[in-house]
Design a protein around this ligand. Structure first.
Ligand SMILES: *[C@@H]1O[C@H](CO)[C@@H](O)[C@H](O)[C@H]1NC(C)=O
Ligand SMILES: *[C@@H]1O[C@H](CO)[C@@H](O)[C@H](O)[C@H]1NC(C)=O
Ligand SMILES: *[C@@H]1O[C@H](CO)[C@@H](O)[C@H](O)[C@H]1NC(C)=O
Ligand SMILES: *[C@@H]1O[C@H](CO)[C@@H](O)[C@H](O)[C@H]1NC(C)=O
Ligand SMILES: *[C@@H]1O[C@H](CO)[C@@H](O)[C@H](O)[C@H]1NC(C)=O
Length: 261
């Protein structure tokens, strides 16, 4: 798969409404991170000490906990809360590398920010001075698709995709009831296109494991709806939000699920 990665481009809507295209291939760079820019912490402050301490715990915590972890460091008013999650369509090596690199790089990604939310190729990393666990943030960080790869029969694909992704959204929400289920659902659905060819769409939905079913649903409802508006006929599309993730692939290329050990 890696040799095809450069066909994947990322797109985000900036506040001006401009579409920005970025060629991927920098696995440890945050895609358009949210960095707070008021109430910045200062060099050698208690907040910075706590942030460094939190970032040294989070990667191993996630590696010991099947690719997801929440933690906190220090005491109020300088307590820092942190969360990290790996995407299950990346392999375990990529997961471990991502959480380590993201945590090690937070102060470069968002220098002196009291809050950060970032999505990377293989993981999510967030921290804040305000407790945020268990509440979904459905804000989209990035959209990903394959350049110039579109289906010939868009209405059939879109209908099949809507059926599949709504089922998977419900499945991921239900999976939040048990830590072993990892807050995710994957599956596939077949359809016949207008040329009479049999096609199969594969899909994955994943929520951070701190959410309950209704918060997971709230996040996935927005991201699944984004598929219809953003990917009218693409063979592959992914939406990375800060609390959930959806991806589909006609034919299944580029969507390999590796459950963490
Ligand atoms: C994980 O994925 C990367 C990128 O596709 C690949 O280079 C690497 O060989 C894979 N590692 C394992 C253990 O599958
Ligand atoms: C806070 O830090 C960010 C990132 O370094 C910077 O862009 C911003 O101007 C700072 N804000 C204030 C109020 O100093
Ligand atoms: C789910 O979590 C949200 C946010 O923490 C909370 O407001 C809501 O009451 C919870 N719902 C249930 C059914 O526990
Ligand atoms: C989900 O992905 C796993 C790992 O690839 C696979 O074994 C399983 O069959 C998939 N589940 C469905 C319902 O397709
Ligand atoms: C795919 O959708 C785009 C945007 O609506 C459209 O411009 C393009 O013609 C479509 N391509 C095909 C092959 O349907």
């Amino acid at each position: 798969m890696s040799q095809h990665n450069f066909f994947v481009i990322a797109m985000t809507w900036l506040f001006t409404g401009t579409i920005v295209l970025v060629v991927l291939g920098q696995p440890y760079t945050a895609y358009y991170p949210y960095c707070s820019n008021t109430d910045n912490y200062t060099m050698a402050s208690e907040y910075q000490v706590n942030l460094v301490s939190l970032m040294s715990d989070l990667p191993q915590g996630a590696i010991n906990n099947r690719g997801f972890y929440t933690s906190m460091a220090g005491e109020a008013p300088d307590r820092v809360y942190g969360l990290t999650m790996c995407y299950v369509d990346r392999n375990w090596t990529q997961c471990q590398d991502c959480v380590r690199a993201a945590a090690a790089g937070v102060q470069q990604t968002c220098p002196f920010s009291r809050e950060m939310e970032a999505c990377y190729d293989a993981c999510i990393l967030r921290y804040s001075n305000v407790p945020f666990f268990s509440v979904a943030d459905p804000t989209t960080a990035v959209y990903m698709f394959l350049r110039s790869s579109v289906v010939s029969d868009a209405p059939s694909m879109v209908a099949a995709r809507q059926t599949l992704m709504s089922q998977l959204a419900a499945g991921a929400a239900a999976a939040e009831s048990s830590p072993q289920l990892l807050g995710l659902a994957n599956g596939s659905v077949g359809y016949t296109d207008s040329l009479g060819a049999q096609q199969v769409i594969y899909g994955l939905t994943q929520c951070t494991r701190d959410l309950n079913a209704s918060e997971c649903t709230r996040c996935l409802t927005e991201t699944v709806n984004d598929l219809s508006s953003t990917f009218p006929n693409d063979t592959y599309g992914a939406v990375k939000a800060y609390s959930c993730y959806v991806v589909y692939s006609v034919g299944g290329d580029f969507l390999t699920i590796t459950l963490p050990p």
